[in-house]
Design a protein around this ligand. Structure first.
Ligand SMILES: *Cc1c(COP(=O)(O)O)cnc(C)c1O
Length: 447
């Protein structure tokens, strides 16, 4: 077959080692995920398609749980629903022993639907509707209060329905990383958190069981968690000593980074982000050395999201076409865009080719298929030359993409779970026009 003509161009050396730009080059094709071939996934489910590896999800969970449980006697994980609330994903985490951490009414109902007991649902977030609060109180869920108005609302509801609510407060503080996340919860430094605690304890229908924080996301500083844990311990100790209200649990939230590479980072994420073990060290050393007696040590809750799912998710897509831009740059149009790959805003995702490719590589702009100038999956990535219909694999997309995606110009694609025996399961069907129009209503006069 006659080779296609490719205009010669100067390219960076790629030797497989770190080069002077700090990046490593790895153009080996990835032809399968968890024992299933990319080509068969596309043949069976279309392109693009999201793929999740159950084996990797369980491995991530078990490894994170081990990191904490080998360091601290009482540990509980609560799966952060908003990170990926496909029921199949939630069920895997619940099977592993995770509670549910939800931040809205519909997520709360999803957790109930997934069979999570009410007292194993943590209800976070700044906007909990009255009906959902009532349900959470009746179900003995842990309600993490975000602001004073919510505190007063819960006091009023409890009086009205004559029930006690199990509550915690979310606390924010200066952990040494900036900007401070002070929009959620009560501030520690200015005394607001302590005021809230006092109001709760003097309210006869509220039971203060825990203290909560979630200091940020994709946090690269383990010491920030040590600071956070220390401040929560201080509050807990004051609750016991000054208010005779021992705290049952400290919830350190989520925020541990996945091994994705942040945009503009000099070194790849796999080489730079701290491990869960290091976060576990920072948190548990702080609590263990704070001065609680062994039987008074609070339960430690973690609400990890991203770190447990990101590297278990893949997006497989296909090349639509190649073109040259006016400045000579090579551009490749993919069949997936930023509407289903939100995280391409933050990460330089690793992207692999899914078939053998020639030895030539070139810096390429990867466009999505949308009729929108902003639909750039990657400004510049060195890839082997791709042809129309060739496939690529975008790595570590399991967190937030399958919840923040939007239907825009194109439908959202199928999501497939590969189980531990390399069997595929469609866990979310690709959207259709019928699905989309199901919610629409045409006024009679326009019919
Ligand atoms: C989003 C969120 C999490 C999970 O955060 P990750 O950064 O994905 O680990 C945990 N707790 C709360 C309150 C959240 O809002």
């Amino acid at each position: 077959m006659k080779q296609k003509y490719e205009r010669p161009s100067i390219k960076k050396m790629n030797t497989g080692f770190m080069n002077k730009f700090g990046t490593r080059t790895d153009f080996d094709p990835v032809k399968e995920i968890s024992g299933v071939s990319i080509k068969s996934l596309i043949a069976d489910y279309g392109s693009p398609v999201f793929v999740l590896s159950e084996k990797q999800i369980r491995k991530n969970y078990q490894s994170a749980a081990r990191s904490f449980k080998t360091r601290y006697p009482k540990v509980q994980f609560a799966w952060s629903y908003k990170t990926n609330y496909l029921n199949a994903v939630c069920k895997i985490f619940h099977q592993e022993g995770s509670w549910a951490e939800v931040v809205s009414g519909f997520e709360y109902h999803k957790a109930l639907g997934n069979g999570v007991a009410g007292n194993q649902i943590i209800f976070n977030g700044p906007d909990k509707k009255e009906a959902d609060l009532i349900l959470a109180i009746e179900n003995h869920s842990s309600i993490h209060i975000d602001h004073f108005d919510e505190l007063y609302q819960i006091i009023r509801i409890c009086e009205q329905i004559d029930k006690k609510a199990k509550v915690a407060i979310r606390v924010n503080f200066d952990t040494g990383t900036y900007p401070i996340w002070d929009r959620f919860g009560f501030n520690y430094e200015n005394g607001q958190a302590w005021t809230a605690i006092n109001k709760i304890i003097s309210a006869k229908n509220l039971v203060l069981t825990g203290l909560h924080c979630h200091i940020g996301t994709f946090m690269l500083s383990t010491s920030a968690y040590a600071v956070a844990a220390n401040k929560l311990c201080e509050l807990a100790m004051r609750c016991k000593v000054e208010l005779q209200n021992p705290i049952q649990y400290l919830d350190l939230g989520g925020g541990f980074p996945s091994t994705n590479t942040l945009k503009g980072a000099y070194l790849p994420g796999v080489d730079t982000v701290p491990s869960v073990e290091e976060f576990a060290d920072a948190i548990t050393n702080t609590i263990l050395s704070f001065g609680f007696t062994a039987d008074e040590l609070p339960l430690l809750i973690l609400e990890c999201g991203r770190v447990l799912i990101d590297d278990a998710g893949y997006l497989i897509g296909s090349v639509v076409a190649n073109k040259r831009l006016s400045d000579g740059r090579r551009a490749t149009i993919m069949d997936f865009g930023i509407n289903i790959l939100f995280t391409s805003n933050w990460y330089d995702h690793k992207i692999s080719v899914a078939q053998e490719a020639g030895q030539y590589t070139e810096d390429t702009v990867l466009f999505g298929p949308l009729c929108m100038n902003v639909d750039v999956v990657r400004e510049s990535i060195t890839l082997p030359l791709l042809e129309p219909k060739d496939n690529v694999v975008v790595h570590k997309v399991g967190a937030y993409n399958m919840t923040q995606w939007m239907q825009f110009i194109n439908m959202r694609p199928a999501v497939v779970l590969i189980d531990q025996n390399a069997k595929c399961h469609l866990i979310r069907k690709p959207e259709t026009l019928e699905y989309l129009e199901m919610m629409e209503q045409l006024p009679d006069y326009l019919k």
